[in-house]
Design a protein around this ligand. Structure first.
Ligand SMILES: Cc1ncc(C[n+]2csc(CCOP(=O)(O)OP(=O)(O)O)c2C)c(N)n1
Ligand SMILES: [Mg+2]
Length: 373
């Protein structure tokens, strides 16, 4: 069924003489055009060449990791995997604005944010290889594991932020979710709760314009996803999600405000999912190749490279060195992942229940006995 023409919030009723009691605006942040030329003055952090290059490296590493992870899945050595191809600026932009003691609540697509936070590639591979030992990562222990159910990390984030407020800690919960997740009741409830309690939480909506095969225009009739924050009583901003300066600046501002007790924010980062939804999907069945090709022109990595070349005296040698370094790091991590001893069969019953129900306890015992037989 084709939905009715979206009215995008227009008030077409007759009583135009009634007084307006509330008015809202949603701002959009962008610093770079797709070729990396500047649209406006950059925020202060961009003056530090080293940190800009490290963001570039973070995006390159994420892309190299994604490509190899897909190859591992295709050759039967990894389970289902979701890449962030074309969306690297979102995860790296927000993770780089967090402090170590903050808490990240990621979705299944946010490998790049975990890498930035210090989770190792072999931990991430173990997880996607179906081995729970990967979730016991060496990175920040307080960060949450990948959230596979869509949107359920949002109420968790509100709960984490409530705990920070209750304990009077200057820490912030950062929740990354998709455009599709914003249609979930859990997300609306989490935002409502965060607004009422003025919680230190940032909701970063990675609007890649698709929720598997559902395009944004079938997802919502709202003009922006940022405006969903307004109904919950806090600020929502839209940013160019392929512009890492815009994502980082918006995240830095929102995180600082949350830390200072000014409450939650929502950032809608508009990007595009250049790849399939996951390795279990074939996006060519529901979206035209020309659309994908058009969006490659907005590639966030090429954009930052364009900026570095024109403004930071970026050399081909530097570029090649970073690419080679990322490739080597990924290859070394894959070697370690493939060399890891297989997990014990009975461990499949672990980590889900605090106390294992008796039916599973019996099966666990059986698996253990078979191993020892
Ligand atoms: C509660 C729940 N419902 C359905 C699914 C199946 N599912 C997995 S991903 C997805 C789409 C999510 O889209 P979006 O929130 O835009 O995130 P994206 O995958 O685009 O990053 C759906 C429906 C799920 N994992 N969890
Ligand atoms: Mg999406």
């Amino acid at each position: 069924m084709v939905p009715p023409e979206a009215a995008v919030g227009q008030d077409t009723r007759a009583d135009q003489d009634l007084p307006v009691i509330a008015e809202f605006a949603v701002r959009r942040r962008a610093y770079m055009a797709p070729d990396g030329t500047l649209l406006r003055d950059l925020p202060e952090f961009a003056g530090d060449r080293e940190s800009v290059v490290s963001m570039y490296r973070g995006m390159m590493l994420a892309r190299a990791f994604d490509l190899k992870a897909v190859a591992l899945q295709r050759t039967g050595r990894l389970g289902t995997y979701a890449t962030s191809l074309g969306q690297e600026a979102v995860a790296v932009g927000v993770a780089s604005a967090m402090q170590p003691a903050d808490v990240l609540l990621p979705s299944y697509r946010d490998n790049a944010a975990l890498l930035w936070r210090g989770v190792t590639m072999e931990d991430i591979l173990l997880f996607w290889g179906g081995d729970e030992r990967g979730s016991n990562w060496s990175g920040p222990k307080q960060d949450f594991p990948f959230c596979i159910p869509v949107g359920s990390q949002a109420p968790h984030a509100a709960g984490v932020a409530y705990a920070f407020k209750y304990r009077q800690q200057a820490r912030v919960a950062v929740c990354i979710l998709g455009d599709g997740a914003t249609s979930k009741g859990d997300v609306a409830e989490a935002m409502n709760f965060a607004g009422v309690w003025k919680l230190p939480v940032v909701f970063l909506v990675n609007n890649n314009q698709w929720a598997i095969s559902v395009p944004l225009e079938r997802q919502t009739a709202a003009q922006t996803l940022a405006q969903k924050a307004i109904a919950a009583g806090f600020c929502g901003e839209q940013v160019d999600g392929n512009d890492i300066f815009a994502v980082h600046a918006a995240a830095e501002t929102a995180i600082a405000a949350a830390r200072a007790g000014k409450g939650p924010s929502l950032i809608e980062a508009v990007t595009y999912r250049l790849g399939d939804h996951t390795t279990a999907d074939d996006a060519s069945r529901y979206r035209p190749a020309e659309e994908v090709k058009e969006h490659w022109k907005e590639d966030p990595i090429a954009r930052l490279r364009g900026y570095l070349i024109s403004r930071e005296n970026w050399s081909k040698a530097e570029e090649e060195q970073i690419a080679a370094e990322c490739e080597q790091r990924v290859d070394a991590a894959i070697d370690r992942y493939l060399a890891a001893a297989p997990r014990a069969a009975e461990s499949m019953f672990d980590h889900l229940y605090a106390r294992l129900p008796s039916v599973y306890a019996a099966q666990r015992k059986e698996a253990e006995e078979q191993k020892n037989a």
